[in-house]
Design a protein around this ligand. Structure first.
Ligand SMILES: NC(=O)c1ccc[n+]([C@@H]2O[C@H](COP(=O)([O-])OP(=O)(O)OC[C@H]3O[C@@H](n4cnc5c(N)ncnc54)[C@H](O)[C@@H]3O)[C@@H](O)[C@H]2O)c1
Ligand SMILES: [Zn+2]
Ligand SMILES: [Zn+2]
Length: 347
């Protein structure tokens, strides 16, 4: 098969022929029809992920068709249209038994713990636990755009954040995760304040339902701006970038008994992140993390997409072939790409 491969971290990847993957007894191989390009792929290529061994094929936001299934797979067969969360669970640890596959103790992640989906085929483990059926009427590009970013935002806003109609939601950082969060919160009937340093990101946030925007490049205290715009603070606030600044701003922009959800990964290079805990005590704040989303919780999200209430397809701003991936991966380092790029490996 054709795949995007890199031999060294940070050195230009190339497209070449590699052996086709084989399914594990509990796994499947999927013919990749569409796969999203995410900033985490760039981090992986840069060597920021200790799970990656070389040579490596990135890619973790995918949709396609089951090509072959291992003997131990009961629920899936060749020809099924599927997608998968980026956290693939084992199905048998204590977290999985409790229904919390998104924090599985023995998780695998395509494109990180093994070769991913910037290829014509990808192997996925524990298929019965992790595959999600893609409805006939949903395109593969739309299914791939649920990817890690949209599904993660859905869990952060709806499942962890427990958003309610009429609430104020603040979203700090409006890239793929943040714009998805804006769309999901607005569709839930919340009023959304979007915060970003990029005017283009804020313009998209407004398009996807933000009623207020804060330009962090010209606003020194974004938390104060959120407190003012929301008449006392957000009910729910997300750090959808991952930095000490946005984490603190998210917590400081909450009202009494508000909920902060940490979604953006905090780079280990910045050490431990100070969190305004005095405010958490005095205002009885909830501070939660959010990590991916379990496959068995996809149906309500898919139903909202089917009904047209959520439009992840609108986040897709470009579609490219495998040959264009090495350059696109490199460009992620310098350009804060607005929207989602989808790769079609067979085009
Ligand atoms: N928890 C999870 O399960 C999970 C899943 C997917 C991604 N992530 C993480 O979420 C984060 C966001 O991912 P993404 O793909 O949306 O990233 P992205 O780079 O596309 O978006 C980040 C946005 O933050 C903005 N920004 C930069 N500095 C800012 C500041 N000071 N204040 C406000 N905004 C600022 C940028 O302009 C950009 O629009 C990353 O850390 C990613 O690794 C976490
Ligand atoms: Zn598990
Ligand atoms: Zn991702």
């Amino acid at each position: 098969m054709r795949a995007v491969v890199f031999e060294q971290f940070g050195e230009q990847a190339e497209v070449r022929d590699v052996p086709d993957p084989h399914p594990a007894p509990h796994g499947v191989t999927v013919r990749v029809e569409a796969t999203g390009l995410c900033r985490s792929d760039w981090h992986g290529w840069q060597g920021h992920d200790p799970d990656i061994t070389l040579p490596h094929v990135p890619g973790h936001e995918l949709a396609g068709v089951v090509e072959a299934a291992g003997a131990g797979v009961s629920n899936w067969r060749p020809g099924d249209r599927v997608t998968v969360p980026f956290v693939c669970a084992c199905g048998s640890c204590a977290a999985c038994a409790a229904g919390d596959q998104q924090v599985c103790e023995r998780q695998t992640q395509p494109g990180f713990t093994h070769w991913g989906s910037f290829a014509q085929y990808v192997a996925l483990d524990h298929a019965d636990v992790n595959l999600v059926a893609v409805p006939e009427e949903m395109s593969f590009a739309t299914a791939a755009s649920l990817g890690c970013r949209f599904a993660t935002a859905f869990r952060a806003v709806v499942q962890q954040g427990r958003v309610a109609a009429g609430e104020w939601v603040a979203v700090h950082g409006c890239g793929g995760v943040g714009l998805s969060a804006v769309m999901i919160a607005a569709a839930s009937g919340a009023r959304v304040v979007a915060v970003d340093v990029s005017p283009q990101a804020l313009e998209l946030a407004r398009k996807f339902g933000a009623t207020e925007c804060v330009d962090a490049s010209s606003t020194p205290d974004t938390a104060a701006a959120v407190l003012a715009l929301t008449g006392g603070g957000a009910h729910l606030s997300l750090d959808a970038l991952g930095s000490p600044t946005t984490c603190a701003a998210s917590v400081n922009g909450l009202r009494r008994r508000g909920r902060h959800i940490q979604v953006g990964l905090l780079p280990s290079t910045s050490g431990t992140t100070p969190v305004p805990m005095a405010r958490a005590i005095a205002l009885e704040l909830e501070l939660l993390g959010s990590h991916g989303m379990a496959a068995h919780t996809y149906p309500p999200m898919l139903e909202l997409v089917r009904a047209g209430v959520l439009r992840p397809d609108l986040l897709v701003t470009s579609t490219i072939g495998l040959d264009a991936v090495p350059a696109a991966l490199t460009a992620l380092g310098t350009a804060p790409g607005a929207g989602v790029t989808v790769i079609e490996p067979w085009s």
